[in-house]
Design a protein around this ligand. Structure first.
Ligand code: GAL
Length: 656
C-alpha cells in the first residue's frame, strides 16, 4: 500500500475510533496560486473578467470569482481530503456573440460534471459536486469545439471544501528543453538560400552563410560583372547585373573538409525569392526599441552564429519615428535613433539588411507619425538611409477607408508599391493588415513580398497553434517572391516592451512553432532579445535541415494532410521531389486527455501513410531535428509524438 493511501485509511480509522468527524474547511478558487492556472489568452483575473470588467453572466453581475479565457486548465491534488466543490459558471458578457464554451470538473480521469455547451446568452449554471475519495481534481473549460477564440469564461463563488489538508496545485506539464539539433560540425557547410533575387542596376548585398571551424577559406566563382566578394567579411556586394539568371559557385574549405554550392542570382524576377529570415524588434522591445538595441541585435546575429545559418534581416518595428516632419516634410527618427543612416551602415558592414516600419495612415498603431500623404517622400528617405525592408501596417488607415471594401483595402498598398518602384533601392515589401479581405488572394497582385494573414501572435499555445494550424486556406497563394506571414516568432526572451520574460511556450511547443512555420514557408522573424539567446533557443534557430525546409526554392507552402481532434499532419513537396512532413500532437482530444494524471510523459503514437501523402514505394525517412536517418519504410511511418510537440521528417524515395 502506498504511503498516501495508508495515511488516508489511518485517518479514517482515527475518525471512527474517536467518533468525531474532522472539521470541514473552505478554500476559494481565487485564493489558490493563479500562476499554476493555464488560460487561453491574457491572465486569470480575480473578481474581474479576463478583459478587466465586472464579472457578468447573462446580465447578472457577480462580486466574487475568476475571469478566465478558454481553453482553461487547472489541476489540484486533493489527496482524498476533498468534500465538495461548488461554483457557478458561464460565458462572460464581454465575449463575442458567437462565443461558446463547455465547463468540466474531472476527478481521477473521469468526468464528474459538465455544463454542456454554454453561450453568452445562457445564465450561470450551478456546480455542486461531491469530491470525496478523489485524488486529483481538474477544472477545465473547452472552446466548445468550435475552435473560436473569443471565449471569456467565469468561475463564480468557486470553492473547495476539504478536511485536514488543503488542495495543492499541480504545476502544468512542461516538457524538458531537450536540444535536438546536433552540434555544428567542424567541416564547412554553406547554408542559407539557394536562390536570391535583385533588381538590375540596384545595389546588391548578400552575406554568404557558412558554418565550420575557423579559419575558413571561401572562394566565389562566376560572379557577374558589377559584383565583388569580400573574403574577410564573406559579403558579396555591388550593383545587380542585367535581367538574367546567374549561377554563382561558392566553395568553402578548412582543415576538416570542403563544401560547394551554387547560389542562383535571379535579377528582374523580384525579391524575397525565399521567405525572409531575420529579426524584428516588436515581440521583445515593443515601442521601447532604440538604436543601441537594434545595433546590439545585429552584433548578436553575427556573434551568435545565426548569420552563418542564413539569418539576414534586422527590422525596426514601430516606435522609431519623430512626432513631426522636418520643414521640407521629411520623416525623421526620434531621439532614440540619433542616426538612422548609420544604423543601416552598421548592418550592411556585416552583410545584414535593415528594415523599417510605417503605416499608410496618419499614425502608426503605436500612435507615432506615419506616411499618409508623404508616401513617395518617405520611400525616398528610406532609400537614402539604406533601408532594405518595409513593414507597412494598416493601423490608422481605417479612419481614411472605413468601409473596408476590396478597392479600399488594396489602395494604400498599391500606392506604396508605386513609390518603392521609383527609388533606386531594393526594398522587400511586407504588408500588415491582419488578413483583412483575404489578403492572401491579392497580396502578390498589389506587389507585396509578404502579407500578414492574422492578428498579432503572443507566446501562448492557443495563439501560436491557433494561427499556425489555421493557415490552410492561404497555402495556395505562397510562392517565390510572395509569402503568407503568420506573424513573428515567439521563442526566447520576449515581452513587447521594456521588460522581458522567457517565452511561455513549452520546449515542445517551440519545436512545433519552428517546424510549422518552416513547413508553411513562412518568413521567420525572430522576436526575442538577441543578446540573451540561451542554448535551447539558439539550437532551435540553427538547425540547417529545418531551415532548408523553410527556404526550399520551390516555395510550396504545406497543406494539412490530416486534421483531427488532437492530430495535425502537414506536408509540402520540396524542390528535389521529396516530402517534408510534420506530425503534430495538439493534445486536447478530450477533456480528460488535456491533463497529465500520473507521472507519464504524455504523447501519442501517430502514423502517416504513403497513400495520404500521395507517394508510393520504399522511402527513406529522415528526422530533421535530429538530422538522422530513421530507416526505410514501405507504406507508412509510425512514431511517438510528444504532447503539443512534433516529429518533423523528410521522406524521399530510396535511390536504386
Ligand atoms: C500591430 C502589428 C504588430 C506591430 C504593432 C506596432 O498592428 O500587427 O506586429 O507592428 O502594430 O504598433
Amino acid at each position: 500500500m502506498n504511503m498516501k493511501k495508508y495515511i488516508f485509511l489511518a485517518s479514517i480509522l482515527a475518525g471512527l475510533i474517536t467518533g468525531c468527524s474532522p472539521e470541514i474547511h473552505t478554500i476559494w478558487l481565487d485564493e489558490m496560486d493563479l500562476s499554476q492556472m493555464e488560460t487561453g489568452w491574457g491572465s486569470v483575473k480575480i473578481n474581474q473578467s479576463v478583459g478587466g470588467h465586472p464579472l457578468t453572466i447573462n446580465g447578472v453581475k457577480y462580486e466574487r470569482g475568476l475571469g478566465t479565457h478558454a481553453i482553461y486548465k487547472y489541476m489540484v491534488d486533493l489527496d482524498h481530503h476533498g468534500r465538495r466543490f461548488t461554483a457557478k459558471v458561464g460565458v462572460d458578457a464581454e465575449s463575442a456573440k458567437q462565443a461558446s464554451v463547455e465547463f468540466f470538473l474531472l476527478g481521477d480521469q473521469k468526468i464528474l460534471w459538465q455544463s454542456g455547451i454554454m453561450k453568452v446568452t445562457d445564465s450561470a449554471k450551478v456546480i455542486d459536486q461531491d469530491i470525496r475519495g478523489i485524488d486529483k481534481l481538474a477544472l477545465y473549460i473547452s472552446d466548445g469545439g468550435d475552435g473560436i477564440n473569443y471565449d471569456h469564461a467565469d468561475w463564480i463563488d468557486a470553492k473547495f471544501e476539504y478536511v485536514r489538508e488543503a488542495p495543492e496545485p499541480v504545476a502544468p506539464y512542461v516538457s524538458e528543453p531537450d536540444i535536438l539539433t546536433p552540434p555544428v560540425s567542424d567541416a564547412p557547410r554553406i547554408n542559407g538560400p539557394a536562390v536570391t533575387g535583385a533588381t538590375p542596376g540596384r545595389p546588391f548585398l548578400f552575406r554568404v552563410p557558412v558554418t565550420g571551424k575557423k579559419p575558413l577559406v571561401i572562394v566565389v566563382n562566376e560572379l557577374p560583372d558589377g559584383l565583388e566578394f569580400n573574403s574577410e567579411t564573406h559579403v558579396i556586394s555591388g550593383i545587380a547585373p542585367d535581367k538574367g539568371v546567374y549561377p554563382i559557385e561558392i566553395i568553402a574549405e578548412n582543415d576538416s573538409g570542403r563544401d560547394a554550392k551554387t547560389l542562383t542570382l535571379k535579377t528582374g524576377e523580384g525579391l524575397a525569392l525565399t521567405p525572409p529570415l531575420g529579426w524584428n524588434s516588436w515581440n521583445c522591445w515593443g515601442l521601447s526599441v532604440d538604436q543601441e538595441k537594434v545595433e546590439a541585435a545585429a552584433d548578436a546575429m553575427v556573434k551568435s552564429g545565426l548569420a552563418d545559418h542564413g539569418w539576414t534581416h534586422i527590422n525596426i518595428d514601430d516606435g522609431w519615428e519623430a512626432p513631426e516632419r522636418t520643414a521640407s516634410g521629411e520623416i525623421h527618427p526620434n531621439e532614440k535613433f540619433p542616426d538612422m543612416k548609420s544604423v543601416a551602415g552598421y548592418c550592411h558592414n556585416y552583410g545584414l539588411k535593415l528594415g523599417i516600419y510605417s503605416s499608410p495612415g496618419p499614425k502608426t498603431c503605436g500612435g507615432y507619425l506615419a506616411s499618409y500623404k508623404h508616401e513617395l517622400q518617405d520611400a525616398q528617405t528610406w532609400a537614402k538611409w539604406g533601408i532594405d525592408y518595409l513593414k507597412y501596417d494598416w493601423c490608422s488607415y481605417g479612419g481614411i477607408a472605413p468601409d473596408h471594401s476590396l478597392p479600399e483595402l488594396k489602395k494604400p498598398y498599391e500606392l506604396m508599391r508605386r513609390c518603392l518602384d521609383q527609388v533606386n533601392r531594393d526594398i522587400v515589401y511586407s504588408l500588415c493588415q491582419y488578413g483583412m479581405g483575404a489578403v492572401y488572394e491579392w497580396g502578390a497582385g498589389v506587389g507585396g513580398n509578404l502579407w500578414r494573414t492574422t492578428g498579432d501572435i503572443n507566446d501562448s499555445w492557443n495563439s501560436m497553434a491557433g494561427i499556425g494550424f489555421g493557415q490552410a486556406k492561404a497555402s495556395p497563394y505562397a510562392g517565390p517572391g510572395h509569402w503568407n506571414d503568420p506573424d513573428m516568432l515567439v521563442v526566447g526572451q520576449v515581452g513587447w516592451g521594456p521588460s522581458l520574460h522567457a517565452s511561455k511556450l513549452t520546449p515542445d511547443e517551440q519545436y512545433t512553432h519552428i517546424s510549422l512555420w518552416s513547413l508553411l514557408a513562412a518568413p521567420l522573424l525572430i522576436g526575442c532579445d538577441m543578446t540573451q539567446l540561451d542554448d535551447f533557443t539558439l539550437n532551435l534557430l540553427t538547425n540547417d535541415e529545418v531551415l532548408a525546409v523553410d527556404q526550399d526554392p520551390k516555395g510550396e507552402q504545406a497543406v494539412p494532410v490530416r486534421q483531427e481532434p488532437g492530430v495535425e499532419i502537414w506536408a509540402r513537396t520540396l524542390n528535389d521531389g521529396s516530402k517534408a512532413v510534420g506530425l503534430f500532437y495538439t493534445g486536447e482530444s478530450s477533456p480528460v486527455k488535456a491533463f497529465v494524471w500520473g507521472k507519464e510523459t504524455p504523447g501519442k503514437k501517430m502514423t502517416v501513410s504513403w497513400e495520404e501523402l500521395g507517394i508510393n514505394g520504399k522511402q527513406t525517412v529522415r528526422d530533421l531535428w535530429r538530422q538522422k536517418d530513421l530507416g526505410e519504410y514501405d507504406r507508412s511511418f509510425s512514431t511517438h509524438v510528444p504532447y503539443h510537440g512534433v516529429v518533423l521528417i523528410k521522406i524521399a524515395p530510396v535511390s536504386e
